[in-house]
Ligand binder design. Structure first.
Ligand code: GLN
Length: 195
């Protein structure tokens, strides 16, 4: 059973993607809905709003506990921000769940390039490059020693920027594979969730 955090964001797209891969899903809005999960997806959306709602729904602390106890989690875009230990360009009172020893920069690609797409080579994803859709996306500014870099931007002004990372049970991408119909990133996550 894979949970999808359903306080805000593109919940439906993640549910559809996971179910197309044969996973059973559960929307998570209450602490009790964390029980018995094999993994949880933190969708894209607005990290500041998600942070406020996590606290209002009293989900923040129980979810942090599950993550540090090893619950596999995949965060896309705002979800990546939620998993980061440090955030640049955060709002004044913005908190994260943390767990990944990374510094991410919100809205990093700048105003001119709010949204763009790129083919990304991710060695852990076999076959064709992954079509990466970035929407007001963060990038990973720096990573700690235990963080595996899974993907970087290939060309353009942001060339070399880290946009996919893993640290143990935690996976995060700056982009939104849930909107492209390509299930391979979610499939990789389901592999993490099964182990
Ligand atoms: N800019 C958003 C934030 O800071 C993330 C955008 C997204 O998830 N597509 O939370």
């Amino acid at each position: 059973m894979i949970g999808v955090l359903a306080v805000q964001g593109d919940v439906r797209e993640h549910v559809a993607c996971l179910e197309s891969l044969g996973a059973t899903t559960r929307l998570v809005r209450r602490p009790a809905e964390l029980d018995g999960l094999d993994g949880i997806v933190l969708p894209g959306g607005e990290s500041t709003t998600m942070d406020k709602l996590l606290r209002a729904f009293e989900l923040r602390d129980p979810l942090r506990e599950r993550l540090s106890a090893g619950l596999p989690a995949y965060g896309s875009c705002a979800g990546m921000i939620l998993l980061a230990d440090r955030v640049l360009d955060a709002t004044a009172d913005q908190q994260t769940l943390g767990g990944m020893d990374v510094t991410v920069r919100r809205n990093a690609f700048g105003r001119q390039v709010d949204s763009f797409e790129e083919d990304l080579v991710m060695p852990v994803i076999p076959g064709d490059p992954v079509r990466a859709v970035f929407i007001r996306a963060p990038w990973v500014e720096s990573v700690g020693a235990d963080v595996e870099v899974l993907g970087t931007v290939a060309s353009g002004p942001a060339a070399g920027r880290v946009v996919a990372v893993r640290q143990g049970n935690l996976l995060a991408t700056s982009f939104h594979p849930e909107v492209t119909g390509d299930g391979r990133v979610h499939d990789y996550f389901l592999g993490m969730a099964k182990r």
